[in-house]
Design a protein around this ligand. Sequence first.
Ligand code: ZN
Length: 179
Amino acid sequence: MNSPDDTPDSTTCPGCGAVLPGSQWPETPKYNASPECAEVAGELLGFEVQNAARLGYLHQLRIDAYGAQHVNPEGPRIGPVFALNGLYMFLERGSGNVDVRTAHSIMANSYDDWPRLVPPARAGELTAYDVLVAGGVDEVESTLLRWARQVWDAWPDNDRRTIRELTVKLVPERCFRTR
Ligand SMILES: [Zn+2]
């Protein structure tokens, strides 16, 4: 049942499965996300900016966790490749925001035969909404880290192996903090 202004009562995000109250947020073509989930992602960015001293180091991880959980099947192949590359570098190589952004630009300029990665039916149980409403900055930080880990772990082993191999092949050692 729709309300008089045609805002749905609630929507289910096709990417993460979050069921959220309907809003007027405009559609986002970049990700496979409900408008409401895209609005949550914007609010999470706002929270991060307000708490930049604590959460700034998770800036790229947040973007990549969201991207790897909301892959648009019609989108460019490089989308999920970049998202998973960022998750891999943060979670397994200790890389930070600048390392991952450097890697993305190097990768974009050195390769174009990206594999077509098909996301799992459900990429993790946690969602951006769970992160946003986790509580104060400590809870948001810990939940964001768990969310990113879940999203990475939910992708098939084969795809994660492909990402590890591509990353090691294309990205210079200086972008990795751990071996
Ligand atoms: Zn979502």
